[in-house]
Design a binder for this molecule. Structure first.
Ligand code: HEC
Length: 242
């Protein structure tokens, strides 16, 4: 009987080769869109276009010399929504004067209602950070400590489980390529390790901003590994001479 470890992807009959190939292509496209989504979410965090270390530091460590809302509307990603001149200064001086409820009702609430609430409401794009009441606004007039731990937990558990399953499928397919066993084992272990390092670093970045470099490095590694896990099997199934 043929041994499982001797089986190679290039021996797959056409229907099964199509099943595996299309799955690889679709996962690759999904990953590219996820990367684009990451870019859209974070590229404006520091107020400048382009995704840089400074965006990641601001998003995950925060800006501890400032309140969350001030760092967003003054040189941050939300400044663009304050179109009328003077509105930004009104909010900033309200915070400096102690952020009381009277000033909120009289000055700040109308500005937020006009410019911010369309996204920052319980049904909007930013439903986790609503700005429709004084109590809700108080949450973002605290010191900017970056991503809250609760949000990290929500993102980390779904991503680690779902990307873990994706790597299980990709690494499983990759294990039947014709590369040397040692190379295969390395390429199989690395993505799982990088996934844990990436989300671990995202957590630790709340305490030490330099850790964002580790996060960026492990994220880039994962991207490269996605490429290897998808392209090598495709190459062996369709292009490599038996
Ligand atoms: C078009 C939708 C949209 C509008 C309009 C908008 N925001 Fe945002 N806001 C977002 C998104 C998306 C994020 C998360 C990404 C980011 O932080 O850049 C965010 C994040 C924030 C945060 C950080 C929340 C947190 O807890 O991390 C604050 C504070 C904020 N916005 C304030 C405002 C203010 C003030 C205005 C009005 C001047 C405003 N936003 C207008 C979409 C919007």
């Amino acid at each position: 009987m043929a041994r499982l470890e001797d089986f190679r992807l290039s021996q797959l009959p056409l229907p099964q080769r199509l099943v595996v190939s299309l799955m690889l292509v679709v996962i690759g496209v999904g990953y590219a869109i996820a990367t684009y989504n990451l870019y859209l979410t974070y590229n404006l965090t520091d107020g400048e276009p382009g995704l840089t270390v400074s965006d990641l530091r601001r998003a995950f460590y925060g800006r501890r010399d400032n309140t969350k809302i001030a760092s967003k509307i003054h040189g941050g990603s939300m400044e663009q929504f304050l179109k009328k001149s003077g509105d930004k200064e009104k909010i900033l001086s309200w915070i400096q004067d102690g952020a009381d409820q009277k000033g909120y009702e009289a000055v700040v609430k109308p500005i937020l209602t006009e410019n911010c609430v369309r996204c920052h409401n319980p049904n909007g794009l930013q439903r986790f950070a609503p700005l429709t009441s004084y109590e809700e606004l108080m949450v973002v007039t605290q010191i900017d400590r970056g991503e809250p731990v609760g949000l990290w937990a929500r993102v980390a558990h779904t991503h680690i489980q779902s990307i873990g399953l994706i790597f299980f499928v990709l690494a499983g397919v990759f294990s039947f390529t014709s590369l040397k066993s040692g190379v295969k084992c390395t390429v199989i272990v690395l993505p799982f390790a990088m996934l844990l390092v990436d989300f671990g670093a995202r957590f630790l970045a709340k305490f030490e901003p330099a850790v964002v470099y580790l996060m960026l490095g492990s994220g880039a590694c994962m991207g490269a590994l996605f490429g290897v896990l998808i392209l090598v099997p495709l190459y062996e199934m369709w292009l490599k001479k038996a």
